[in-house]
Design a protein around this ligand. Sequence first.
Ligand code: DGI
Ligand code: FE
Ligand code: FE
Ligand code: FE
Length: 188
Amino acid sequence: QILYDYYEKELQKTLSYKRFEHSLNVVETAFKISEFFSIEKDRVALAALVHDRGKEISNKRLLSIAKEQNLIYDESEEIYPELLHGPIGAYLLEYDNKIRDEKILNSVRYHTTGRPNMSQLEIIIFLADLVEPNRSYPRVDDLRKLVFNEPYEALLKSLDWTLEYLMRTGKVIHPLTVKTRNHYLNKV
Ligand code: DGI
Ligand code: FE
Ligand code: FE
Ligand code: FE
């Protein structure tokens, strides 16, 4: 709790009001989802609070940090640097904010694309981010229902819908988004 309060203040400094509010919503939603898993609640709260640490960093800076620190995974990240806000967020949380919990860092690192074999914490943060109360996009309500009943089904659907959306709007697809979708296709 002491740690949580400390990072709440730190995050408030680096995020806009709107993004900070989103983060608090993700904390609440992640808590609710975590009831279906046996998992430490303190860790869930902290991971949700900090998940968008890298979100308000300019594309230019995301790319320059990623190149400097050798954190580029795929060329799609150079085309669409926002894809780096998870990995760079995790990097900054580790080196600037001194978070050393690898489980929390991974849940931040992979919250946008997911990855095959996600931990429970990674799944909770991924899903909570997608369905927190302020989110609005087509079929978000379908996803909200699924998240609390069939979390793995929700995960697969959300990836399918994201891929559909990316194709339809002509956006670059990160290989991890595809790998994650294929992985969970056989798990549901
Ligand atoms: O940071 P948030 O807005 O809270 O949420 P997020 O980190 O999950 O980012 C969501 C956005 O990421 C959403 O607009 C879809 C996009 N996204 C997810 N996978 C891919 C992707 N965008 C591209 N271009 N390629 C992907 O593979
Ligand atoms: Fe994000
Ligand atoms: Fe997300
Ligand atoms: Fe988010």
